[in-house]
Every structure is written in C-alpha cells, then in structure tokens.
Design a binder for this molecule. Structure first.
Ligand SMILES: [Ca+2]
Length: 94
C-alpha cells in the first residue's frame, strides 16, 4: 500500500482535515484516492509513519493543534487501512 498524508488548515478557521490517500496504480499513473481515514484535522502539524506494533501495516503519529486550540500528539493504529486511536499519547508540542 502506497499512501500519502496531508493536513490542511483553512485560513477561515473552519476546516481542519487530515487525509490519507492511497495510490491504487503505479506511480506513473498518479491515481490517488482518499481512504476516509477519519483522522483528526490539525493545523501547525507534523505527521510521521512507522509500524509500532510490527503487524506490517504502517501506523501514523499526528502532532498538531486542533480546532479548539489544544495540541495533540497521538498514535493511530492502521489495521489494513482502517485507522483507530491507539490511545497512546505523547506530550504535546509547545
Ligand atoms: Ca502497524
């Protein structure tokens, strides 16, 4: 599975999204599909991938500021393309 992740913030302050796109066909064709991962939208964000539980699905760590202004640094478990909150949180960024 080839994936890309984007976090986007609307300057109007009403739209925060984190989207995961799956590339269904070879890179030369560039066909990306939003998998509706259900991840929290954040601004001032950073994401990174890693397989923390060694199940061969790449999980994602999201760090950023939510629409309410709080900060999160959370790990989301990927189970065959379905992301769930791992309930593992790290100290927020400053
Ligand atoms: Ca994993």
């Amino acid at each position: 599975m080839k994936v890309s992740i984007f976090s986007r913030f609307s300057l109007s302050g009403i739209l925060l999204v984190t989207l995961v796109f799956l590339n269904l066909i070879p890179i030369s064709a560039q066909s990306f599909v939003d998998i509706n991962a259900g991840l929290p939208g954040v601004s001032n964000s950073s994401v990174t991938w890693g397989d923390y539980d060694n199940d061969m699905d790449i999980d994602v760590l999201i760090c950023g500021e939510t629409a309410s202004g709080s900060t999160i640094t959370k790990l989301y478990n990927n189970n065959s393309g379905v992301f769930t909150d791992s309930n593992i949180e790290f100290a927020g960024f400053g």
